[in-house]
Ligand binder design. Structure first.
Ligand SMILES: [Fe+2]
Ligand SMILES: [Fe+2]
Length: 235
């Protein structure tokens, strides 16, 4: 069976990344998802080829980050790839959470608990991203420019860069702990047998969110922050 003859729902269940593509094209993968993909595209007057290309691209991973790149390039990558992802994904996950809680919250008590923790993550992370973008990252970019130009290091509103870094690192741990609690409540993001596509989409979305956050935190904690501290100490 090819992707064109499979139903939209079958593709969504088999390949979670496809759900974003269906959402982008406005193709119903849930209640009206029992049509073959070709038929669903024809009904909405969407070019089948465009959807197939997007489905193929949707599973391609982004290019790895080189450890040798400049700190300002690394900052841009973090903001454009990971901060943008967090801002795009949190409202989508909140909407999926509302749907699954309203439909299944009475029989699945873990769902409202997950929704509460997701709300906490959302509130804390949005503030966290702003602190990085407004305070820490501009300082790191200026620090690198001063090093390249051989000028004095910039003045920060904190003692050394280690102090905002310590705060950011602590916030990473808090977000990681909330996601670990969600992972546990959801049984490693395992939907119940026979769960609807929205339930699958929610748990898959949470799993991907956790994976992305892990990559994001790795770039900051393990690459950006130690390099920024070393650069400041050397100036
Ligand atoms: Fe970040
Ligand atoms: Fe961060």
């Amino acid at each position: 069976m090819t992707v064109t003859t499979q139903t939209v729902r079958e593709i969504a269940l088999e390949n979670p990344a496809s759900i974003r593509v269906f959402e982008a094209f406005g193709i119903d993968y849930c209640c009206g998802g029992r049509k073959p993909l070709a038929e669903a595209c024809a009904a909405k007057n969407i070019a089948l080829d465009a959807v197939i290309t997007a489905l193929e691209n949707g599973t391609a991973s982004s290019a790895p980050v080189s450890d040798a790149q400049s700190l300002s390039a690394l900052v841009s990558h973090i903001v454009n790839a990971h901060h943008a992802y967090v801002r795009r994904e949190l409202p989508r996950l909140a909407e999926l959470a509302s749907k699954v809680v309203s439909r299944h919250g009475d029989t699945k008590p873990e769902l409202p608990q997950i929704q509460t923790k997701l709300g906490q993550i959302s509130e804390e992370l949005i503030e966290h991203l702003a602190k990085e973008e407004v305070v820490l990252f501009p300082y790191i970019t200026k620090l690198e420019r001063a090093k390249n130009e051989g000028t004095a290091k910039p003045h920060g509103c904190f003692g050394t860069v280690a102090s905002p870094i310590a705060m950011m690192t602590q916030e990473h741990e808090a977000a990681g702990a909330l996601l670990a609690a969600i992972r546990q409540l959801s049984g490693d993001y395992t939907p119940p047998v026979g769960a609807c596509p929205t339930f699958h989409a929610f748990y898959n979305g949470l799993r991907e969110f956790e994976q992305d956050l892990h990559q994001h935190i790795h770039l900051e904690n393990n690459i950006l922050f130690p390099r920024a501290m070393a650069m400041e100490a050397a100036q």
